[in-house]
Design a protein around this ligand. Structure first.
Ligand SMILES: [Zn+2]
Length: 226
């Protein structure tokens, strides 16, 4: 689905990835493991070659966002970028379950990591807050994970927000259990509410195709101070 000119949403198992098309292609997140075929087929179906994919940016280290990166990198030669704080989790020096506040999330993340232990991948580009990568600006928005990022595409007023903004069914839902630090996440949403965004694109929840900024500001007013 083309959301705006050159911005595509790719429906995957339980979430989505985004593809920005230009002379080269940029992928934002890559779904669970075993999703690479779907992503490559999507690229072919819009008339592009998989080798045109030069960059994969990960919004954070969770397996449902980085699961197919290793396979796609192998197929296309794309470089992988992520925030410095999440790189040890993506490369396997740290574990997703380390220090999580809920025991059942720790257990689930432990099991997922065990099942998908071969999906670790080397990160080529280390990202930091407010850094530009192509036309995108990196906004460090920690809380969901230490190195969660959102990506702002200023010329189209689009904010790719990973799992930082839990918006679904017409409203922001209660903060999700996989989030490591809810207070920090609220602060991050406050930071994002200052961006001049119109379109808000989370990976797991419903997409907001207009007035994204108002929605974030409403959330800050209603929830953040409670
Ligand atoms: Zn997540």
């Amino acid at each position: 689905m083309e959301i705006a000119k050159d911005i595509h949403s790719i429906k995957l198992f339980r979430n989505r990835a985004f593809l920005i098309t230009g002379k080269e292609l940029t992928l934002i997140d890559a779904g669970f493991p075993l999703q690479s075929r779907k992503i490559i087929t999507f690229i072919r179906n819009i008339g592009r070659k998989p080798e045109a994919l030069s960059l994969i940016i990960l919004t954070h280290h969770h397996i449902d966002h980085r699961g197919s990166v290793r396979a796609i990198k192998k197929l296309t030669g794309a470089k992988v970028a992520a925030h410095v704080n999440d790189i040890p989790f993506i490369e396997g020096q740290k574990h997703a379950h380390d220090g999580h506040r809920l025991w059942w999330v720790r257990l689930l993340l432990f099991i997922l990591e065990l099942i998908f232990k071969h999906e670790k991948v080397h990160v080529d580009i280390k990202l930091k807050d407010r850094e530009n990568i192509g036309d995108l600006t990196v906004i460090h928005s920690p809380g969901h994970t230490e190195g969660s990022i959102s990506l702002f595409l200023m010329n189209k007023k689009i904010l790719f927000c990973g799992d930082t903004v839990p918006y679904t069914l017409g409203k922001l839902k209660s903060l999700i259990p996989y989030t490591k630090n809810h207070n920090q996440e609220r602060e991050s949403i406050r930071k994002l509410s200052k961006m001049d965004c119109d379109i808000l694109l989370p990976n797991d929840c419903r997409m907001v195709l207009k007035d994204g900024k108002s929605l974030l500001q409403e959330f800050c007013k209603d929830t953040i101070n409670t």
